[in-house]
Design a protein around this ligand. Structure first.
Ligand code: AKB
Length: 322
């Protein structure tokens, strides 16, 4: 990877991935794009272009202008929003992906896009979900993710585009908030714990889902993209995970740092039923074997870091506002 174009660069993954790639590959070699500009570091610290992923011409022009050799396509709606707006989700998630793949084909670039644990469904084995297994999701997001994996495989086999992907679990970070996902509770809980010492969970106790801390997710993207293609048996997309927990377990871990922290439950039936259709925990053996996937943060280590960094961030925000 030498010159990288990122779509959805101001979203939850993009805002941190842009900065990490700029540190690693050079500021001018990472072109952040999104539908709107804001005053975030990712938008202001290097090349930025407005790109609407439903506009193929615009995307190809930007890719050609910067002579990119890699396209990372992150712009997409997450599971809960996609469930609320299924037609819009299909058009944006599938139309955007098709345009990004076409762009990569046109400029002969390598390609990355995230898949998700949402690609699995209620008939998938729930525990240690294998890399290759039943994939019959019951959500629009899941349908998009399975179709996206297949489309990425198609572009590899048909046109030789070097497509690669990861099935991400819930991603937890103190930098940018996720929006419209089912796993978002595991980010919100830290904000509420620090600010109010309490959290009302919309996911019920006993509901296990895979999660990963953002620094591990960013390393996984780079490691996969730099992996020797000769070693890749799979491509779109690899199971990756760092931990699996239920709401009461993350709450207990937070309470070790914030005494008196209390969690209550008010279950949201839509997001609960999405969570129920996903695995309890997935197996990342193929990612470990084919390109050396590893992670550093488990629940305890992540919680310590999240609370430290988020407390500082919220303090700085408050100081700036006063
Ligand atoms: C979501 O909850 O929709 C995402 C995901 C697991 O893909 N965080």
């Amino acid at each position: 990877m030498k010159r990288i174009l990122i779509t959805g660069a101001l979203g939850q993954i993009g805002s941190e991935l842009t900065m990490k790639l700029r540190e690693t590959y050079g500021t001018d070699n990472v072109i952040a794009t999104d539908i709107k500009k804001n005053d975030s570091e990712a938008a202001q610290s290097g090349p930025f272009e407005i790109v609407d992923v439903t506009d193929l011409k615009n995307m190809v022009e930007v890719a050609k202008k910067y002579k990119v050799d890699t396209v990372m396509h992150l712009a997409a709606l997450l599971s809960a929003t996609a469930e609320a707006k299924p037609v819009f989700a299909w058009n944006l998630n599938m139309g955007g992906l098709m345009n990004a793949l076409e762009t990569a084909r046109e400029v002969k670039a390598k390609f990355f896009t995230p898949s998700s644990i949402g690609a699995f469904g209620p008939t998938t084995p729930k525990d240690s979900t294998p890399q290759d297994t039943i994939m019959r999701p019951t959500t629009m997001y899941g349908v998009n993710k399975v179709a996206g994996e297949l489309l990425s495989d198609y572009y590899f086999h048909k046109f030789g585009v070097d497509t690669r992907g990861l099935r991400f679990p819930g991603l937890i970070s103190y930098v940018a908030l996720p929006g419209g996902g089912t796993t978002d509770y595991a980010v919100e809980i830290y904000y509420e714990a620090i600010l109010n010492r309490k959290y009302e969970s919309y996911i019920d106790k006993g509901t296990y889902m895979d999660m990963m801390y953002m620094p591990d997710a960013l390393n996984a993207i780079i490691d996969l993209m730099e992996a020797d293609p000769a070693k890749l048996v799979h491509r779109n997309a690899f199971n990756v995970t760092a931990m699996s927990f239920a709401p009461e377990q993350i709450a207990a871990e937070i309470a070790k740092h914030i005494p008196g922290f209390k969690m209550t439950y008010k279950v949201d039936p839509v997001r609960q039923s999405i969570a129920n259709s996903w695995p309890n925990s997935i197996d990342a053996a193929a990612a470990r074997e084919e390109w050396g996937f590893k992670y550093e943060y488990d629940l305890a280590k992540m919680t310590q870091d999240m609370i430290e960094k988020l407390t500082y961030k919220l303090k700085m925000n408050k100081a700036r506002a006063n």
